[in-house]
Design a binder for this molecule. Structure first.
Ligand SMILES: [Zn+2]
Length: 251
């Protein structure tokens, strides 16, 4: 089982190194899984939807404004013609009966057209009001979402700053332990660490239990560990981790 030798002191230092690496792994995981990031993803999706709604509402409004000014111009033109016809009628300029009749019938049909056009204007104004309400609602929601994005971003940045601070401490502590771990022990440790995809590569043997996988060692395994010299680096066969014997190991 053992193919690397290291003093019990060096093995204890390796345990400290594993503690720091575990902490760094935990911090890295926290950094990657901050709930604020998921919140921001959702908020940004909402912001994009609101922006789309605002664009649609703006287009709608400008279309309605164009239609409205066209309809108002039509009303004006008809009104001007009615006024002109009425002036001619009132001034008594038309004496011919047929001409008088035709002028009166023109006024009648112009009045009907004026009424229809005024109805169109009213309907367009109502639609414009509704479109403006939609635009106002979207604008207000955009402001709310913007405020939420700012608040969540600030919260995420504060969490990241705290994680960075803890990581800097753990990194410094790791660097302080590193010179006390012999090169071949470190190489073995690194190999196990890489294979375990960032998990804990060295663990304490504590009252017959592996501190890495939490399995109890069998009697056979415990006897093997007991039989190993203090400077032999032993590993838990179940999980492959380096098992470090301490005063708590019960050996
Ligand atoms: Zn284990």
């Amino acid at each position: 089982m053992p193919f690397v030798k290291a003093s019990p002191e060096a093995q204890l230092r390796l345990l400290e190194l594993a503690d720091r690496d575990t902490e760094l792994g935990r911090l890295d995981h926290r950094r990657r899984t901050l709930p604020e990031n998921a919140e921001l993803d959702q908020l940004n999706e909402r912001a994009a939807r609101v922006r789309d709604a605002m664009t649609i509402a703006d287009t709608n409004l400008s279309d309605l404004d164009r239609d409205l000014s066209r309809a108002e111009k039509d009303v004006d033109q008809v009104t001007v013609r009615i006024d002109k016809d009425n002036q001619r009628l009132n001034a008594g300029q038309v004496s011919n009966a047929r001409e008088l009749e035709s002028l009166q019938s023109e006024v009648t049909s112009l009045r009907k057209r004026q009424g229809d056009l005024e109805e169109v204007v009213l309907e367009l104004m109502e639609r414009r009001e509704a479109a403006q309400a939609l635009r106002d609602g979207a604008g207000a929601e955009a402001e709310t979402v913007g405020g939420d994005v700012a608040a969540v971003t600030a919260r995420r940045d504060a969490a990241l700053a705290e994680i960075d601070e803890q990581a800097a401490k753990a990194t410094a502590a790791r660097a302080a332990v590193l010179p006390d771990v012999p090169a071949d022990l470190l190489a073995l440790y690194d190999r196990i660490l890489r294979a375990s995809a960032g998990g804990r590569a060295a663990a304490e043997l504590r009252r017959g239990q592996c501190g890495g996988c939490r399995e109890m060692l069998s009697t056979v395994e415990l006897n093997e560990v007991r039989g190993a010299a203090a400077d032999e680096v032993v590993r838990h066969e179940e999980c492959g981790r380096i098992l470090v014997r301490t005063a708590e190991s019960g050996m």
